[in-house]
Ligand binder design. Structure first.
Ligand SMILES: C[S@@+](CC[C@H](N)C(=O)[O-])C[C@H]1O[C@@H](n2cnc3c(N)ncnc32)[C@H](O)[C@@H]1O
Length: 224
């Protein structure tokens, strides 16, 4: 078996530990300490997040979509596939090193979504965009942790709290959708989405697409 090689590491703010990039042959892995956040061989559900979250937006004249975070770019690339030429895709990535890794090592995996003229990459906490936006986005696609709990950084808990969900509601246009990726289901999170006023649908999807790999959850929460 080919051993993993560590390509780079970066600090996570607020003493959150380190994020590491590993490579083994043509496979890449992003990990927080020993916990895998993303693997290049399993991206079916990350793409599904965009397919479901952007469904129907291909017919919208100038849709505006926010993706948090970049990871290996699969969600961003799948969103671009759904959207027309006048779309605006804002991708928020907390860690500048992840953006650099996409430019140096990972871009080819998802077809270089950062090179698309519709993409604006911002090195920023997605929470900062959500907090300061009003009726701006047709869709907000969140895949920043392994579920509705702050894993990358403790501060991400806010995104899944009532305060964060209320802010995302305000940031969406009427009828807009908040789509959230998770490794597993959470009745408590579904309850919070409903309490914040969303119409909620929960989809089960597979990690590798075509019915293969682990089962993941995607919440689709519409602003009424
Ligand atoms: C699981 S990966 C995303 C995988 C991505 N969906 C894909 O298709 O490759 C999580 C990413 O979110 C970033 N991230 C974590 N917290 C964030 C935040 N608050 N704002 C923006 N990006 C964040 C991480 O640095 C990491 O790049």
């Amino acid at each position: 078996m080919i051993p993993w090689k560590q390509l780079d590491s970066t600090d996570i703010p607020n003493d959150g530990g380190q994020l590491h990039l590993y490579q083994r042959d043509d496979e890449f892995s992003i990990r927080i300490d020993n916990c895998e956040l993303m693997n290049s061989r399993a991206h079916g559900s990350e793409e599904k997040l965009a397919e479901l979250g952007c469904a129907g937006l291909g017919k919208t004249e100038q849709p505006r979509v926010l993706v948090g975070g970049l990871g290996m770019g699969f969600t961003a690339a799948a969103a671009l596939l759904q959207l027309g030429v006048n779309a605006h895709l804002e991708v928020a990535e907390l860690l500048p090193a992840v953006v650099r890794w996409n430019r140096e090592y990972l871009g080819h995996l998802a077809g270089h979504p950062l090179r698309d003229q519709r993409t604006l990459i911002r090195e920023i906490d997605v929470a900062a965009i959500i907090k300061t936006s009003t009726q701006l986005f047709d869709a907000i696609l969140l895949d920043v942790d392994n579920g509705p709990d702050g894993l990358t950084q403790k501060e991400n808990d806010w995104l899944y709290s009532i305060a964060g969900l209320n802010a995302a509601y305000r940031a969406l246009k009427p009828g807009g959708v908040l789509a959230v990726w998770s490794a597993g289901s959470s009745a408590a999170f579904t309850g919070r989405l409903r309490k914040a006023g969303y119409r909620v649908r929960e989809e089960q999807t597979r990690a590798r697409g075509k019915g293969k790999g682990g089962r993941h959850t995607i919440w689709l929460a519409n602003r009424c």
